[in-house]
Design a protein around this ligand. Structure first.
Ligand SMILES: [Zn+2]
Length: 56
């Protein structure tokens, strides 16, 4: 897999990979998921500046 389109959230420490049909989120543990799963599992609880997975 290319790492060209990969972002790492400095707050949540997850990797987000740009792919066709929706971004893949790679967690430090467990299976990969979607931004929606990331939001539900991590980002809504963190609520710190710098998170790259802000929900509108
Ligand atoms: Zn985040």
């Amino acid at each position: 897999m290319s790492e060209a389109g990969m972002q790492v959230c400095p707050v949540c420490q997850v990797k987000i990979v740009k792919v066709i049909g929706g971004d893949r989120v790679i967690f430090s543990v467990g299976p990969a998921g979607t931004r929606e799963i990331l939001w539900k599992k991590v980002c809504q609880h963190v609520q710190k500046a710098g998170c790259i997975n802000k929900q509108p």
